[in-house]
Design a protein. Structure first.
Length: 108
């Protein structure tokens, strides 16, 4: 999970900005937004929703590439990251070749 350690830390900063109004939460969120957007400053009133809808210019390097023409937002990148991590923690069951999802025929 080290491949996403920075993104996981930054997720906490985004969450804390939503939940808290402290100077610390604002500063950590600002640093997170500047990192993802690769800019020097944010516009006044820049909010967590703005960041989650933005296309990140940095971060999420370990995610598979997107389809051509599809832009990944910070929110969708986090969703993809959490899906990958969840599958590492609890991999989906492997289907046997030739099996189907249909219930077995009981002969009736």
């Amino acid at each position: 999970m080290n491949q996403f350690s920075r993104e996981l830390d930054v997720a906490a900063d985004i969450r804390n900005r939503i939940a808290h109004v402290s100077r610390k939460a604002k500063g950590e969120f600002r640093a997170a937004a500047l990192y993802f957007l690769n800019v020097q400053a944010l516009t006044q009133g820049y909010a967590a929703g703005d960041l989650l809808g933005a296309v990140p210019l940095r971060g999420f390097a370990s995610l598979p590439t997107q389809q051509i023409g599809v832009q990944r937002t910070v929110f969708s990148a986090y969703m993809d990251m959490y899906r990958i991590l969840a599958n590492k923690i609890a991999p989906p069951p492997q289907r046997l070749s030739g099996s189907s999802d249909a219930p077995p025929d009981d002969g009736d």
